[in-house]
Write a protein that binds this ligand. Structure first.
Ligand SMILES: C[S@@+](CC[C@H](N)C(=O)[O-])C[C@H]1O[C@@H](n2cnc3c(N)ncnc32)[C@H](O)[C@@H]1O
Length: 266
């Protein structure tokens, strides 16, 4: 099935408003970085720049390039951050598998983005090339059984007669690597001191309405892009929410995070 033209786009304003879980995950990853304060870093898949801002606040003499495939995200991030950080921050719309950088960065930080890239061999080669010798990668993304229960429900829903015309052959836009596979791919790209691990990160939202907003913005937007009417889109999200209302606790998102750390040799 051919993805629509806007398949790389996000609703940046909704993402910015609703991304508290992603922000909290990112804050934890950021708290593990040991920064000198003068590094030049890449925020790979920066979204609306909420975490890019925190990275910059930890780099009083350094600079950050925020990079994202979505132009909506890049515009939103630039508007928010450029007035506060001037030329210490730059934003670039580009694809992580074909980074327009060679030997440029002391470190690469990334959260909640790599699972949107299907080819992790190409991704890690691209990141490796962008790093300076002795540069580091510190990242977290979805991995392992991430959202396995919700995704199974959505696959079943997609086969219902009212949706199957458009979603019956839907191919998921994510790759959720396991820890061992990620380590092997990082080593194959040339990285050393590789450490990878999965952690459970599920959470529940308090109401069906919030769950539906969450699904629309973070999980099902590629599905919804393919449905031709607002009524069908609303019905799809409603039905996914109705099934998840039966969870204990209700409306639980069964998230798993994959942590990645590695270095480029000197
Ligand atoms: C869930 S958001 C995470 C944003 C931010 N890092 C955060 O934690 O809030 C995932 C981001 O990855 C970006 N992305 C997905 N595939 C990409 C690719 N191939 N190249 C660059 N960015 C990509 C999306 O456009 C989106 O902004």
């Amino acid at each position: 099935m051919t993805p629509p033209q806007n398949s790389r786009e996000w609703n940046a304003a909704d993402y910015h408003r609703l991304s508290a879980p992603q922000f909290q995950w990112g804050q934890r990853v950021l708290s593990q970085l040991r920064l000198r304060g003068d590094e030049c870093l890449l925020d790979a898949g920066c979204g609306t720049g909420k975490l890019t801002r925190l990275v910059l606040e930890n780099l009083p003499r350094g600079s950050v390039v925020g990079l994202d495939l979505s132009r909506n995200m890049v515009l939103h991030a630039r508007q928010n951050l450029a007035p506060d950080f001037g030329d210490r921050v730059r934003f670039v719309a580009a694809d992580l598998v074909a980074l327009p950088f060679r030997n440029c960065f002391d470190g690469i930080f990334s959260t909640a983005s790599f699972h949107w890239v299907l080819d992790h061999d190409a991704l890690f080669r691209s990141l490796y090339q962008a790093l300076c010798p002795a540069g580091w990668l510190h990242a977290q993304c979805g991995g392992g059984p991430n959202l396995a229960r919700l995704r199974q429900r959505v696959r079943t829903l997609s086969q219902r007669p009212e949706f199957s015309n458009w979603l019956g052959k839907f191919s998921e836009p994510w790759f959720f690597s396991d820890a061992e596979g990620a380590a092997a791919r990082l080593c194959a790209a040339g990285f050393e001191n590789v450490e990878t691990g999965l952690e459970e990160a599920s959470f529940s939202v308090p109401s069906g309405q919030e769950f539906q907003q969450y699904l629309r913005t973070f999980v099902l937007h590629r599905h919804l892009d393919l449905l031709p009417t607002g009524a069908l889109r609303a019905a799809f999200v409603q039905q996914a929410s109705d099934i998840s209302a039966l969870d204990d606790p209700p409306w639980t998102l069964d998230y798993w995070r994959l942590n990645l750390r590695a270095h480029k040799p000197e």
